[in-house]
Design a protein around this ligand. Structure first.
Ligand code: C2O
Ligand code: CU
Ligand code: CU
Length: 522
């Protein structure tokens, strides 16, 4: 017996890659309505004004750097819920608790259109910052949503189609930290011992101004790579610590750089959290891979270090699968944007830690951090027939199943029924066959709106993945395939999934998925 929905899924999977079949456009759909005014029925616990604006900030010695940045003002709610980072281009850190209602009035003071996306948060479709909701310069979009996520390290950044890369690069990004009772009960370092670290790379010209892509297609195919590694907006970052345990929250906020992180002295990393919050139990890794958009939380205990000593987090070398001679480190592109000065996979220091004072604390690493209910693949509506998404190059553009982004288009395999569990498989192997002669690249694949679980990884066995926890972004290195289990709960409408290499995303390596509210066709 095959019901209509399964039939659509089967035919949908069969149609993958055929550009002409079964695509639906949702023009004039009823989900998109920009909120221009706060709604009276929404009782906000936090009410924040957030603007994106041009500014200048001192980053390197000498002339200040022109940036774009988010600036926030707390209109209502706990002042501690909006934390400005000193001397940084990064936007304010927003802190909220699960269950709180948040209103954010976003005003676009840039010259271009923009819209803000809350990366990792589970919010209704018209609160998610889909690019069709962009607002022009001078206008305001009012977001109102309830925090339904568990505690975790989420973040926000612009999402106008084709401009996400340059806007994030210009400085538009910030953290969105959610806390809850379970996290509080875990007994982790808090307050000044809970430290977010946003990793990014930048390139500067001789007058200290940011350099982005030169416009060369090959550069965009690789993605932007800067030769300055920034932490929280600062080059040559040093973290002063006491002789005790810390919680370090790492976000890879880079456009396309991947980090293979390790402690310089080879001691193992203790990982306690991923994109969607705390793991059930801590895990140890010799190194961890961190793709653009991903987060990892570490337990870092400096109690065995003498005062005055140093530690460092480094990025170890790996095969970055770059195109067009990047691996040779050659200057094929003429150095525009510094892209090949420090290729993906180069070895470099990320930040230094200076142990500068003695402090006693009796915190010990908790063995139970949280509880995670694993999805059962047997509950997936397509358990026998995973939806396959091939990450392939077509006509000098990265695509998903041969398609590039169309504002409101959904293909058959991109339709899902609300409150169902599905298996999605992302596949990089053979992705670059064709024009570029079989070159594959890494792709960090991100789903909007949902946290998912990694079911299985095949291809290359890297030891540096942390697939144990909730994820919204999963890194695939060349030759890999990854199966994830995702449950499309609560909110109907149009959401995005895309490569979080922001240059890939901007060239259209992004698609919609549509969550349909109808309960059953059977
Ligand atoms: Cu952080 Cu659509 O992404
Ligand atoms: Cu997102
Ligand atoms: Cu990609």
């Amino acid at each position: 017996m095959i019901n209509r929905r399964q039939f659509l899924q089967i035919t949908g999977a069969g149609a993958a890659g055929l550009l002409s079949s079964g695509l639906t456009s949702l023009a004039n759909d009823h989900w998109a309505h920009a909120l221009v005014k706060p709604s009276s029925g929404f009782k906000a616990d936090l009410d924040i004004a957030l603007k994106a604006t041009a500014d200048e900030i001192s980053i390197l010695p000498g002339e200040p750097t022109g940036v774009w940045r988010f600036q926030g003002t707390m209109l209502k709610g706990d002042r501690a819920s909006l934390v400005n980072l000193e001397r940084s281009y990064l936007g304010p850190t927003i802190r909220a608790r699960t269950g709180q209602k948040v209103r954010i009035r976003f005003t676009n003071e840039l010259a271009d259109q923009s819209i803000v996306h809350w990366h990792g948060l589970h919010v209704p479709a018209d609160m998610d910052g889909h690019p069709r909701l962009v607002i022009p310069a001078g206008e305001t979009y009012v977001y109102e949503f309830e925090i339904r996520n568990r505690a975790g390290t989420y973040w926000y950044h612009p999402h106008p189609h084709g401009l996400t890369g340059p806007q994030v690069y210009g400085g538009l990004a910030g953290l969105f930290l959610v806390s809850d009772d379970e996290e509080e009960a875990a007994g982790l370092p808090s307050g000044e011992y809970d430290i977010p670290l946003v990793l990014q790379d930048r390139a500067f010209d001789r007058r200290n101004q940011l350099v982005y892509l030169s416009g060369h297609r090959m550069e965009q195919m690789n993605g932007f790579l800067g030769d300055w590694i920034m932490v929280n907006g600062h080059p040559d970052f040093i973290l002063p610590v006491a002789t005790r345990a810390y919680r370090l929250r790492l976000l890879n906020g880079s456009n396309s750089r991947i980090y293979r992180l390790a402690w310089k002295d080879n001691s193992p990393l203790t990982v306690i959290g991923t994109d969607g919050g705390l793991l059930e139990n801590p895990v140890q890794r010799r190194y961890v891979m961190l793709g653009p958009g991903e987060r990892l939380e570490l337990w870092a205990d400096f109690s065995r270090y003498p005062v005055g000593s140093e530690a460092a987090l480094v990025s170890l070398p790996f095969d970055g699968g770059m195109m067009g001679g990047g691996r040779m480190g050659g200057g094929m592109m003429g150095g525009g944007g510094g892209g090949f000065v420090l290729p993906n996979g180069a070895e470099f220091p990320v930040f230094k830690v200076k142990v500068n004072r003695r402090e006693e604390s009796n915190l010990t690493l908790p063995q139970q951090l949280s509880t995670i209910k694993r999805y059962d693949p047997a509950d997936a509506v397509n358990r026998e027939d995973p939806k396959r998404f091939h990450l392939v190059m077509r006509h000098m553009a990265w695509t998903i199943n041969g398609r590039t982004f169309q504002m409101e288009q959904v293909a058959p395999e991109e339709r899902v029924a609300m409150n169902t569990l599905e298996v999605w498989e992302f596949i990089t192997e053979g992705g670059g066959m064709g024009m570029m002669g079989g070159m594959d690249m890494p792709h960090p694949i991100h789903l909007h709106g949902m946290q998912f679980q990694v079911l299985q990884r095949r291809g290359v066995m890297h030891a540096g993945y942390v697939d144990e926890g909730w994820k919204d972004t999963v890194l695939l290195m060349p030759g890999e395939r990854v199966r994830v289990l995702v449950r499309f709960g609560d909110y109907p409408g149009l959401f995005l999934y895309h490569c979080h290499n922001l240059e890939h995303e901007d060239m259209g390596m992004m698609r919609n998925y549509l969550v349909e509210a109808k309960t059953s066709d059977a």
